[in-house]
Write a protein that binds this ligand. Structure first.
Ligand code: G3P
Length: 217
């Protein structure tokens, strides 16, 4: 399972990359705005900076909502760097845009997916990645993991090549459960990845080893 970091913060991306387990980056307009990035030139420059840090796919979301806007923006984004993935929202125009990009060999990430039907359409259109939002479904008392599991079954039934990118992942149990279900990728902030490191028996065991190692010197 690939690990992507879901942030536009360069320091956090560098920290995650230094761990040696990072496979890519996802961003969205909210994450870019949080970093104060605005204006086409600055946005493009920021995506290039991310591509220079991480040797993996970098999702860059289109801001336009019509087919024509998405195509124009997406082609500009894809031309920035070969590892840019054009992130497109799950709408009628979005699906048309994914089909267009797919025929041009441009990688896509279909975002804001909350149902199996939407995921099926994204795969039919030729999306490289589909992003079901796990945590946001949990937020409204719906089983987000069940959706990931249903999409896995549907894609396996027909050998769709679209990768399931579990998004809106909030904690380490989400990551473990996505791995059990067979999601291809999880994207989350740095904290849930770091929390995979932690176990109280590791801490107490290490304390004891450090104490005993002093007896050996
Ligand atoms: O990038 C999409 C998704 O991962 C956002 O997560 O936590 O805002 O629901 P969240």
């Amino acid at each position: 399972m690939k690990f992507f970091i879901d942030t536009a913060n360069l320091a956090m991306i560098e920290e995650a990359n230094a761990l040696g387990v990072l496979d890519g980056v996802t961003t969205n307009p909210s994450l870019m705005a949080k970093e104060g990035i605005s204006g086409k030139q600055n946005i493009h420059h920021h995506y290039l900076e991310i591509c220079n840090i991480v040797d993996g796919d970098v999702s860059a979301e289109v801001l336009g909502i019509t087919f024509e806007e998405m195509i124009k923006e997406g082609e500009e984004l894809a031309a920035l760097h070969p590892r840019i993935v054009v992130k497109v929202p799950m709408t009628k125009d979005g699906i048309k845009a994914i089909r267009y990009f797919s025929e041009k060999g441009i990688k896509t990430n279909c975002t804001l997916v909350f149902s199996s039907g939407q995921a099926l359409l994204a795969a039919k259109a030729g999306a490289t990645y589909v992003s079901p939002f796990l945590g946001r479904l949990d937020d409204i008392s719906t089983d987000g993991l069940h959706l990931i599991s249903e999409i896995r079954t549907i894609y396996d039934n027909y050998a769709f090549q679209t990768q399931i990118l579990a998004a809106s992942v909030r904690h380490s149990m989400h990551i473990i459960n996505c791995a059990k279900i067979g999601a291809d990728v999880v994207t989350c902030p740095l904290a849930p990845i770091l929390s995979l490191l932690k176990h109280p028996l590791t801490d107490s065991g290490l304390d004891q080893f450090i104490k005993d190692s002093k007896k050996m010197k």
